[in-house]
Design a protein around this ligand. Structure first.
Ligand SMILES: NC(=O)c1ccc[n+]([C@@H]2O[C@H](COP(=O)([O-])OP(=O)(O)OC[C@H]3O[C@@H](n4cnc5c(N)ncnc54)[C@H](O)[C@@H]3O)[C@@H](O)[C@H]2O)c1
Length: 239
């Protein structure tokens, strides 16, 4: 699908990865709707881009998600997420705290995707991109079980939806980055005694998003962006 002239919703667009994706899509000619709970950051992204619209949205609120999605985008980037750095995590966090993480990292992207489908089908097609994390891969421990479980579910959710390409003309794909070279990420890495491999460049991530939108053959795919490694597709053709 061509990006130019399309309407794109990017969640979590006030900083970091979401901001970079929004800037990239706008540069490619999309009209961008920037959604975030952080009003100052969202407006700053809008000013940096010089166009688009910021919609203050708490993605844990179903009504707010519905209001956001009423703009009927052809591109939806479910980027907002996070939480492993916010301690305490499960099992020390109370139920309200860890379910809030599930709501942000899993429920919100599922709901936004559901609300996008019919308008995208009516418009002749669309693309949804979910932002996973390597925290959602494998079988090892993780400091935030709720974040890790939500990202694992988001990856599996994406793969199950490959079939929507035929039924709705909607392609749902997932990017799964390791630690990304946002300004926060680079500062945190610099403070480590052993910084390890280079962080995933923001451009590698935005390239992956653009490719998922432009390549009409990609649906139900999961792309791993590991530190110091070339991008690797984990999921093949949908079942
Ligand atoms: N940064 C990394 O190294 C990394 C690695 C793997 C995956 N990811 C994933 O990439 C995505 C973006 O990461 P980031 O590092 O840019 O995150 P970040 O924490 O810097 O930004 C997340 C954005 O989401 C917004 N947000 C938080 N709660 C919200 C809510 N309830 N409603 C609306 N907006 C809300 C924040 O205000 C912020 O602008 C997340 O899904 C994260 O899990 C990041």
């Amino acid at each position: 699908m061509e990006i130019k002239g399309k309407l794109a919703v990017v969640t979590g667009a006030a900083v970091g990865i979401g901001r970079a994706i929004a800037q990239r899509l706008a540069a490619a000619g999309a009209s961008v709707v920037l959604a975030d709970i952080d009003e100052a950051g969202g407006e700053e992204t809008r000013a940096l881009i010089g166009s688009g619209r910021f919609v203050r949205t708490d993605l844990r609120d179903d009504d707010a998600v519905a209001a956001l999605m009423s703009c009927e985008p052809q591109i939806l980037v479910n980027n907002a997420g996070g939480g492993p750095s916010l301690r305490p995590c499960f099992p020390d966090a109370d139920v309200g705290r860890w379910t809030a993480s599930l709501d942000l990292n899993l429920r919100a992207p599922m709901l936004a995707t559901q609300l996008a489908l019919e308008p995208m089908r009516r418009a002749g097609g669309g693309v949804v991109i979910n932002m996973g994390s390597t925290a959602g891969l494998g079988f090892g421990p993780h400091v935030s079980p709720e974040y890790s479980a939500a990202k694992a579910a988001l990856i599996r959710f994406t793969a199950t939806l490959g079939v929507l390409r035929d039924s709705h003309q909607v392609r749902v794909n997932c990017v799964v980055p390791d630690w990304v070279a946002t300004s926060r990420g680079l500062a945190e890495q610099a403070a480590l005694p052993d910084p390890g491999p280079p962080l995933v460049p923001l451009e590698t991530l935005t390239d992956a998003v653009v490719n998922f939108i432009e390549d009409d053959s990609l649906a139900g795919r999961v792309l791993l962006l590991d530190r110091g490694q070339p991008p690797r597709m984990l999921a093949g053709d949908p079942l």
